[in-house]
Design a protein around this ligand. Structure first.
Ligand code: GAR
Length: 202
């Protein structure tokens, strides 16, 4: 369908959330959007291999090589060239500045592995989030998909799901449960919701 919203997924690492998006797309669960580009800030990210296997175009834009400002300028260039309408941050470990986020109001979404506003903001990413939840001793955690604005993890919440913490959990075990029970479901669902909105507003 020509009408679909063009999606770029931004990644940094293993890309299990990217895989969940690809699988959902193949299963027809993302009807209103199509992943046309995967961008990584890290050329070694396994997520890039997942994209290539799925036949999706990839690009590497390195913050280390370019520096913060040129990095964002290059990102905008690549996204514009590819006609991207929705940007999905799926394990993308770079904080984007206001000059970037303000270009795409309600068009960037992020998955975060906790129930925002707990264990979020600068310094809370990946395994660190689960370490913090276990250290605090909360009994319930989860995942959140939210719009991205200039405040790290501060944009409007789109979807959230709770996940139980069990006795003896390690950060790794908890991370996996949060992915399996929450992230891999919520992110494709949110991708469809926002893509449908984009099509409606065209
Ligand atoms: C996921 O748990 C994601 O929620 C988290 O990093 C992991 C990436 O895994 N993102 C953040 O912490 C962002 N603040 P993946 O590369 O396998 O999708």
């Amino acid at each position: 369908m020509l009408n679909k919203a063009k999606i770029a997924v931004l990644v940094s690492g293993g890309g299990t959330n990217l895989q969940a998006l690809i699988d959902a797309q193949n299963e027809g669960k993302i009807k209103s959007g199509e992943i046309v580009l995967v961008v990584s800030n890290n050329s070694d990210a396994f997520a890039l291999t997942r994209a290539e296997k799925a036949g999706i175009k990839t690009a590497v834009v390195s913050k280390k090589e370019l520096g913060a400002q040129k990095f964002e300028e290059k990102l905008v260039e690549v996204l514009t060239e590819n006609g991207i309408e929705l940007i999905i941050l799926a394990g993308f470990m770079c904080i984007l500045s206001e000059s970037f986020t303000s270009r795409y109001p309600k068009r960037i979404i992020n998955v975060h592995p906790s129930l925002i506003p707990s264990f979020c903001g600068e310094g809370f990413y990946g395994l660190r989030v689960h370490e913090a939840a276990l250290k605090y001793g909360v009994k319930v955690t989860g995942a959140t998909v939210h719009f991205v604005n200039e405040i790290p993890d501060g944009g409007e919440i789109i979807l959230q799901r709770a996940v139980e913490i069990k006795d003896g959990d390690t950060p790794e075990v908890l991370q996996r449960r949060v992915m399996e029970e929450a992230e891999w479901h919520l992110l494709p669902e949110a991708a469809e919701l926002v893509s449908a909105e984009i099509i409606k507003e065209r």
